[in-house]
Design a protein around this ligand. Structure first.
Ligand SMILES: Nc1ncnc2c1ncn2[C@@H]1O[C@H](COP(=O)(O)OP(=O)(O)OP(=O)(O)O)[C@@H](O)[C@H]1O
Ligand SMILES: [Mg+2]
Length: 166
């Protein structure tokens, strides 16, 4: 089975809800990379992740701060690399190490691909018509394959997931 899951979102709230479902399953050290065009909904999804992690403070996209930190069940480190001038800046920040005690969510990871963890959950948002978005989750690494499988299961609970002995 491919460790990939495609979800449709019709509203910002639905995208936030997808993020929340992801956030509830995250553990310390997890890395989530958020890709998609300007305004696709990366920050909206990160807000959902925050909600799933029990973050109470509002999560805002920070134009000039590379990373913001939020307290929750786990700390959320929310980075936006859009204005990054040099990938070496990310290496200097050592985002992965910094975020080892919490969850690292990165918008515009393609600005510094070599500096980010090879194992991660990749979330891609694509525009559909009007407010619709396609949200594609892809896992790199066993931990994230398990995460995507858990999300697939929670999406479509099936009676035969827990077969009763005859
Ligand atoms: N289905 C949807 N999911 C998410 N956002 C949506 C949706 N429909 C409309 N929107 C709107 O699209 C915008 C998404 O903004 P957001 O800041 O999350 O984008 P972004 O991908 O983080 O952009 P940037 O690259 O500038 O950081 C918001 O204004 C939101 O209300
Ligand atoms: Mg954003």
């Amino acid at each position: 089975m491919t460790p990939r899951l495609t979800l449709e979102s019709a509203t910002p709230g639905a995208t936030r809800h997808i993020g929340e479902r992801i956030g509830r399953l995250l553990r310390a050290g997890d890395v989530v990379l958020l890709s998609g065009e300007l305004g696709a909904g990366k920050t909206v999804l990160a807000q959902g992740i925050g909600r799933g992690l029990g973050v109470r403070d509002p999560i805002k996209s920070s134009s000039f701060v590379i990373m913001n930190e939020y307290a929750g069940r786990l700390r959320l480190y929310h980075a936006d690399l859009y204005r990054l001038e040099d990938p070496a800046q990310v290496a200097e920040l050592a985002l992965d190490e910094l975020a080892a005690d919490g969850v690292l969510a990165v918008e515009w990871p393609e600005r510094a691909p070599a500096e980010l963890a090879a194992e991660h959950l990749a979330v891609r948002l694509d525009y559909g018509t009007a407010r619709s978005r396609t949200v594609t989750l892809a896992a790199s690494g066993a931990r994230y394959e398990a995460l995507v499988r858990a999300l697939s299961r929670s999406r479509r609970p099936r009676r035969d997931d827990h077969p009763h002995p005859a």
